[in-house]
Design a protein around this ligand. Sequence first.
Ligand SMILES: Cc1cc2nc3c(=O)[nH]c(=O)nc-3n(C[C@H](O)[C@H](O)[C@H](O)COP(=O)(O)OP(=O)(O)OC[C@H]3O[C@@H](n4cnc5c(N)ncnc54)[C@H](O)[C@@H]3O)c2cc1C
Length: 469
Amino acid sequence: MRLLVVGGGITGLAAAWEASRPRDGAPPAQVVVVESEATLGGKLRTEQVDELLIEHGPDSFVAYRPAALQLIDELGLGDDVISVSGTRTVFLRSRGRLHPLPAGMGMVLPTKLWPFVTTPILTPTDKLRAGWDLVLPRQLREGKDVTIGSFLAARLGKGIVRRFADPMVGGIYGASVDELSLDAVLPSLRADEKAHRSLMMASLAAGRRKRNTPGANSPFRTLRHGLGSLIDALSEQLSRDGVEIRIGTTVQSLAATAAGGVEATFAAGPESFDAVVLACGLPAAAQLLGTAAPRARAALADIPLATSTVVNLVYPTDAFPDPVTTHGWLEAEAAPISGVTVSSAKWAGRAPATQVLIRAFVPGRLGAIADAPDDELVGAVTAHVSAVLKATKPPQQVRVSRWPSVMPKYTVGHRDRVATVEAALAQLPAWRVAGSPLRGVGVPDCVADGRRQATLALTGALTRAELGS
Ligand SMILES: Cc1cc2nc3c(=O)[nH]c(=O)nc-3n(C[C@H](O)[C@H](O)[C@H](O)COP(=O)(O)OP(=O)(O)OC[C@H]3O[C@@H](n4cnc5c(N)ncnc54)[C@H](O)[C@@H]3O)c2cc1C
């Protein structure tokens, strides 16, 4: 079996890793990974500048989805996994001030009652309105997807949506909760309403269970030498295992062969494979499916894309009147950023003691500032961050990493679009789409999906070969 993996990001490399393991006594597949850029990793890009470790894309992943940790263990990197440093202190900037997120605040709901009742982030009216959730009947209709924002507003009121859900969920998915799909992004909320009716009661009960689980503090993890070290370890071991990795090579088009396989066209000419995993991000996957699966292409093209920019700022430590120990903050009001991570406080080994490394996010949904040229963008972001932290000196270094139209937005109806892609691909069992377009944008989701789709592509090709012979 020859498997073509299009894309050398984390999804593609995880797919190659899975396909190159021996399976059920059969020899591992011959795997070719093709990456159009000169380097592997896609959005996982770590830069080491002297003692600074700068992440241009993702900087961490959640541990409660185990696929990333499992892959890291298989690669022998388990000792490099680190948790957040010190006590997790995250703020929400609201009405011009930084307020600590109430202790036990989950993604949208409190897991502890008292810090929620006493937080100054919500007005007394907001809190009273949130309390209605305890008595309201169920709001969701079976089988009808809605936006996360409308569901939470109906149950808990707009205060929680604007002050917690939008900054927190919107910050992760690069989109507003007023467009994101409940069923695709937070299906657990539907299950909670079904089981407990009240979301508050469900969340507080989950909080009690969690407090009895040791080590359940911050769910975030990263690697001591940055997420790029995962890509380095993967690519080294894949090459050692005989996987062929071609960088600086683009798959220009794909066609289905009469036998159900794949003919890929490269600048150097066509080449045949038994199966293909498209791990090349949404726009490229849609384009490559164009001729062989036009219905899948159309469903993919219906998924909107978000733009995101990361601005890394390096300040001298003595620019601040007080040590910057917070892990970061989220913006609950108009600002040129959606929030920051103070990487040097959150993770060990990101910056020397003389420097503070801050990662600010400028999602496309903030409007004109996200599209502004670098000097204007950096000026606005620096002025804002400096003002919030009362910096007396400017940053010494700045890195702008732009990710234009790359993050698929799982808007209402996303699950139907996934089903349409699946139905269209049923005709091509050895062709699979993996990674962020369909089943989860987080690094662990991409790892799990890359591995699963590699297995499905090879199984599809084998079944087809057996039926044909
Ligand atoms: C700014 C930012 C911050 C993020 N932060 C986090 C975070 O903290 N935690 C988290 O879990 N997730 C985070 N994410 C999401 C996560 O990084 C991505 O969803 C994930 O890395 C996608 O990986 P991938 O391999 O599927 O795609 P990509 O990394 O996009 O890789 C696809 C690769 O395919 C290549 N390619 C495209 N077309 C072709 C072609 N025709 N031929 C050959 N190669 C091709 C591209 O060059 C690219 O290298 C973040 C994303 C962004 C943009």
